[in-house]
Write a protein that binds this ligand. Sequence first.
Ligand SMILES: Cc1cc2nc3c(=O)[nH]c(=O)nc-3n(C[C@H](O)[C@H](O)[C@H](O)COP(=O)(O)O)c2cc1C
Length: 388
Amino acid sequence: MSKLTISDAVKYIGADDKTLDLFESQYSIPNGVSYNSYVILDEKIAVMDTVDSRKTEEWKENLQEALAGRAPDYLVISHLEPDHAANIQHFVEMYPQAMLVASAKAVSMLPQFFDISNLKDRTLVVKEGETLSLGSHTLQFFMAPMVHWPEVMVEYEQSEKILFSADGFGKFGALDVEEDWTCEARRYYFNIVGKYGAQVQGLLKKLSSLEVRTICPLHGPVLTENIEYYIGKYLTWSSYEPEDDGVLVAYASIHGNTKHAAEKMKDILEAKGAEKVVLTDLSRDDMAEAVEDAFRYDKVILAAASYDGGVFPCMESFLLNLSHKNYQKRKIGLMENGSWAPCAGRVMKGVIEGMKNIGLCENMVTIKSVMNEENIKEMEMLAEEILG
Ligand SMILES: Cc1cc2nc3c(=O)[nH]c(=O)nc-3n(C[C@H](O)[C@H](O)[C@H](O)COP(=O)(O)O)c2cc1C
């Protein structure tokens, strides 16, 4: 059991998972992931969410140890996604007297996942701003629709000033792994919640009048210090404003010529004064990290081979990921390659035109198979335009 204690009354009962191959069947998690669940022990006892079915037994043991023979009164459901909600069925069967506390939307969705008899008698629907007293602890509920899913709500515990933030402020990585919060939290945010910046901004606005001393998310570490730093990051990320000055050069290359040109482009950008230039191979590097970097920096150069009258598929998939996540407010430059009728640039431009507030550079580099001197001149012009 994780011995993480949030306070005398609030205990961690979640579990680390280091054997899952891909989170949500698409995101690599080299350091695993944690499924967080908590218990608040007071005159009444509230369990805050459950964990993924892969960790049911560990969660049950942790729960029983924390309860020390008592029975819980409530299971608060922030989010119905299976990595948090998988044990609701077990909970209702283990504790037939306990009530499920959830948003109206979550209650309406419960039968899609579980077979709970007397559902109506077992649920307490809570609305925006309502409170639930546990004794000396009081939970206040704030609806957070589409801060990942429509039924999501977050809870603020008033006496200890703890925000139970659902998937917000979460991060990939098991809890016993030491790693930088910002990088993995950013990769998590843009890939998982990135599309819903407006909803995240709405939630942050609602919470802005509360004093938050601790954030207990459903994945990743409990945040206890420097809370303004984390909230500041979420304010930036959800506004789609770039976080850092820099250029991401993302390339999609079949035989290596476009890769070679992208590497040359990095050198040119650096020679012209760019302090931060990040190269990514869209065929081989982590796509979620490429998406993260595209949001992190203010400039992106896309370099791609033409392919079957279109663009090499990993670039198409990258652009699709970006437009799904509401990509905007960035400067973009294009480099295309083709051996007979280069068309990658036209296709990339078509996708980019559907995005909001993008400054697309007028200079586009067209390489016919192997980069030549003329291409290097075009690349210098593109570098000057994007850095200008
Ligand atoms: C399956 C396939 C389809 C291709 N389709 C096109 C195309 O539609 N138009 C074109 O000009 N070149 C096309 N090419 C050629 C490549 O785009 C071209 O050789 C380019 O220089 C490859 O760059 P690379 O070395 O970075 O992979 C195709 C190549 C392959 C393998």
